[in-house]
Design a protein around this ligand. Structure first.
Ligand SMILES: C[S@@+](CC[C@H](N)C(=O)[O-])C[C@H]1O[C@@H](n2cnc3c(N)ncnc32)[C@H](O)[C@@H]1O
Length: 412
């Protein structure tokens, strides 16, 4: 099957240009935003200084976490037939493929540093119903910690793990790994205190489609970042998929000068408050996210330079930031077969794209090979999936100062 995407390159260029502005003068941007945009939240101080001072009382500003937990607890898992009928069936598979690519990329780097038989320990933070359990199984890890704020999801995740274990026990070559599960708010609770062994060293921490929830407040973001970082051994990785705040703000502006809402027939983003669109604060920049049949709850813009600074505070160095569109292009050559196996693209015939607005973008690609179908996503699904980016951080080595504070050895 051929694969062809016609991405909106003008849009991508815009986003990249904006990003490189920010990257070039990350400190300036953060400082300026602190002083002008976010002065109402944390006057005259930069995010790192705030994080260090830990000025907000533990647990402040977390008004939305119970709404999020309730939403995910209530969410019913659709059966196979229903999932097939969903307008975002292929996009969900595509997103799942992106996660597989990301997990495989960093597990491979970890395995390169290890010897055969060494333990491989993973934290799946905000694990949901266990959508990544099979990926951990395939990665041949030895121990998994799963946690999520939604207790119903954690129970379901644990049941899925038991099924995987039972199958492995019946099979001669089945891979077995140990696991622990608990429900808790990763933005409020120090996770290591909930591990069976608090001295545990992790090789990988994964937080998929969830880290943005902690950007409700500085204390929550700091707590979640500490949870991601503190048990990682030096050389270990923290990987995440989050909405791209630049892309969100770009689409909002493109929707019109006074627009507070944008989207299509599968997703929408709506800001309730003008202040959030005109001068989004570093934390608490809330919008309502709706994704056909699976998400309908408040989320928060993640100001990327602030995320990077918080990471550094906890010894994590940013090593990758790629939009889904770029990550797809980059990893497609080695991930093509997996993408097909996971049904991450819809197979469309030439006659369909001539008549269907959702598939006009692949019309040109048919050219000479009229008879063969092409794999793609509908326009609406592509617009929804390209709201996201992948990022990866590496845990640095550290020594200690006389006050017992870590001094991290960053490679820059
Ligand atoms: C979009 S789902 C992703 C689930 C899973 N990571 C996946 O990729 O399939 C987001 C998850 O984040 C969880 N979550 C949101 N806020 C959280 C918090 N403060 N602490 C722990 N989990 C949280 C939700 O309960 C939900 O399961």
């Amino acid at each position: 099957m051929s694969i062809q995407f016609e991405t909106n390159s003008a849009d991508e260029d815009y986003a990249r240009a904006k990003l490189s502005d920010d990257e070039e003068s990350e400190d300036n941007v953060t400082r300026k935003r602190d002083q002008s945009l976010a002065a109402n939240v944390q006057p005259d101080r930069d995010a790192e200084a705030d994080a260090e001072a830990d000025a907000e009382p533990e647990g402040s500003g977390a008004a939305n976490t119970h709404v999020v937990a309730h939403h995910y607890n209530e969410l019913k898992e659709a059966g196979r037939r229903e999932r097939h009928k969903s307008k975002i069936y292929f996009m969900r598979n595509f997103n799942n493929w992106i996660k597989s690519q990301l997990i495989n990329e960093y597990m491979a780097l970890i395995k390169n540093q290890k010897r055969v038989g060494d333990a491989l320990r993973v934290l799946d933070m905000c694990c949901g119903k266990g959508g990544d359990l099979l990926k951990w199984d395939k990665a041949l890890i030895s121990h998994l910690i799963c946690t999520d704020i939604a207790d119903v999801s954690v129970e379901q995740c644990q049941r899925r793990y038991q099924d995987i274990l039972q199958r492995a026990e019946k099979s001669k070559y089945g891979h077995k790994f140990t696991a622990e599960f608990f429900a808790c708010d990763s933005t409020m609770v120090r996770l290591r205190e909930r591990y069976k062994d608090a001295s545990l060293q992790l090789n990988l921490v994964s937080c998929q489609f969830a880290f943005h929830y902690c950007f409700e407040s500085l204390s929550q973001a700091d707590c979640m970042m500490r949870n991601a970082a503190e048990c990682l051994e030096p050389g270990g990785y923290f990987i995440a998929t989050i909405p791209d705040a630049y892309e969100i703000m770009r689409r909002l502006k493109a929707a019109g000068p006074d627009a507070r809402r944008f989207g299509n027939d599968v997703y929408s983003i709506e800001f309730e408050d003008d202040m959030m669109t005109e001068a989004p604060p570093l934390f608490g920049a809330k919008y309502q996210f709706h994704l056909e049949g699976v998400v309908d709850c408040p989320e928060f813009l993640v100001h990327f330079p602030t995320l990077v600074k918080l990471g550094r505070k906890h010894g994590l160095q940013l090593i990758r930031r790629s939009t889904f569109a770029d990550y797809y292009k980059e990893t497609m050559p080695q991930g093509r077969q997996l993408l097909q196996r996971m049904s991450g693209l819809e197979s469309v015939q030439a006659n369909r794209c001539a008549n269907d607005e959702q598939f006009k973008h692949v019309a040109k690609a048919f050219g000479a090979q009229r008879g063969r179908p092409l794999g793609t996503l509908s326009k609406s699904e592509w617009e929804a999936t390209t709201l996201y980016l992948v990022c990866a951080f590496k845990k640095c080595k550290n020594s200690w100062d006389a006050n017992g504070k870590p001094i991290f050895e960053f490679n820059d």
